[in-house]
Design a protein around this ligand. Structure first.
Ligand SMILES: [Zn+2]
Length: 419
């Protein structure tokens, strides 16, 4: 059986919950014999089991298959300047435990990663997960990244992070393989798994300290080999604006509608900074942003106007995603939407409904993630569970990585030392 057949069967079961062999054959386009073989191997490996029979109209009832929930586990870590989320998931991708931590701030990478590793160990212990069944950790950060080297290619949040060996260091600390993934892409993977988008072709607009985007086309991540696709936060909206964005452009979406822009503008309103206790600390940008969103939700009309303007720009960014990729669905995800979500949705939705070209053919929708704060971290765990971009992750024996920083492809290929 080819690795891709196993990966496809596991992925379908992970998304659908339960399926019969006939349904698997229908959905993969593979022959019943191929599916029968694949399922027999997966049951033999303890990854899949039968969980009962489906009713059928005549004929014998079909036996239903399901992933074995506790067959494997994964860690997902969403790392951001302002807020970090850690989750542990089972083989389904369901969160068993997690925590939200302060972000990277101005900390040195080595110290920050050591503290992070300690938190990961704590969450693994809380979830009571057998350490030997943990496949690895998906580390999810802003871009631009060099995924193969496991580094960030930008001096954010401080120059020390640029080209710091992130995955190698964390891998050595955790004694687990660590994969690097773009935060917005991971959020899209998490949304696809959750299935709330109701379609396997959709975009994600991601809001953390910055703005990013991810796209799933026909169930596949757009830009398979690239780490820096759909950078919708760095599309210039207003090139006449003063000041250069960190990316080198002028008037980027992030510059006019990101949390930094919102907090800076709202802080100029008389009395707002003091009344809401805004810190003005870039490391606590999302706390300030959340405080503004709470005030707007509580009826502060001046603050509300600032947020509404930003939300309209976010709506325009969603239209850009839709028109570039012919999408009818965009999901809002990321910690920036944890409080501001309903406000942004209300102000951005009309922009999408009048501007997305797909509306001429079918209904368009802008919707909020059911779990905006943690979905990218869950997506990071899913990237591990699913294997590195299609690499079979389930054939190899579970064990420790032979070399820190190895990719999962290497791990599940030849680099695994059985526990
Ligand atoms: Zn930019």
């Amino acid at each position: 059986m080819s690795p891709s057949t196993r990966v496809r069967v596991l992925d379908l079961l992970r998304t659908a919950g339960t399926l019969s062999r006939v349904e698997l054959a229908d959905r993969t386009g593979l022959t019943p014999a191929t599916i029968t073989h694949a399922v027999r191997d997966l049951i033999g490996d303890g990854l899949v089991h039968e969980v009962g029979r489906a009713r059928s109209n005549g004929g014998s009832p079909r036996r239903l298959l399901e992933l074995v929930a506790d067959a494997r586990y994964a860690v997902g870590i969403q790392l951001d300047r302002c807020r970090t989320t850690v989750v542990v998931t089972n083989f389904f991708g369901r969160r068993l435990a997690g925590t939200v931590l302060p972000g990277v701030g101005h900390g040195e990478p080595a110290d920050t990663l050591a503290a992070l590793a300690a938190e990961v160990e704590r969450v693994l212990a809380e979830a009571a997960v057998p350490r030997g069944l943990v496949l690895g950790a998906g580390l999810v950060t802003h871009g631009p990244q060099d995924r193969a080297r496991g580094v960030i290619r930008t001096a954010q949040p401080t120059p020390a992070w640029q080209d710091f060996p992130l995955t190698a260091t964390l891998s050595a600390l955790l004694d687990l393989p660590v994969l690097l993934e773009n935060d917005a892409t991971a959020a899209a993977v998490g949304e696809q798994w959750a299935g709330d988008a109701g379609t396997d072709t959709f975009g994600v607009l991601y809001l953390a300290s910055g703005i990013g985007g991810g796209v799933i086309l026909g169930g596949d991540v757009y830009g398979d080999d690239a780490a820096n696709v759909v950078e919708v936060g760095h599309i210039p909206l207003d090139p006449t604006r003063s000041g250069v964005c960190g990316c080198g452009n002028v008037g980027c979406t992030e510059q006019v509608a990101g949390p930094f822009a919102v907090v800076r503008e709202a802080a100029l309103l008389p009395g707002v900074a003091g009344r809401l206790g805004l810190t003005g600390d870039p490391d606590r940008l999302l706390d300030d942003f959340d405080a503004l969103a709470r005030a707007a939700l509580d009826g502060d009309t001046a603050v509300r106007r600032v947020l509404d303007r930003a939300a309209a720009h976010l709506g325009a960014a969603a239209v850009t995603l839709m028109n570039l990729f012919d999408l009818d669905t965009v999901v809002l995800a990321g910690p920036g939407f944890a409080v501001a979500g309903p406000l942004v949705l209300a102000a951005a939705r009309p922009v999408v409904e009048r501007g997305a070209l797909a509306r001429l053919l079918r209904p368009v929708q802008l919707r909020m993630s059911a779990d905006p704060e943690a979905v990218a971290a869950v997506g990071g765990a899913l990237v591990v569970l699913r294997g590195s971009r299609g690499t079979d992750l389930s054939t190899g024996p579970v064990g420790r990585v032979s070399s820190p920083g190895a990719t999962l492809g290497e791990v599940w290929g030849a680099g695994v030392v059985p526990a």
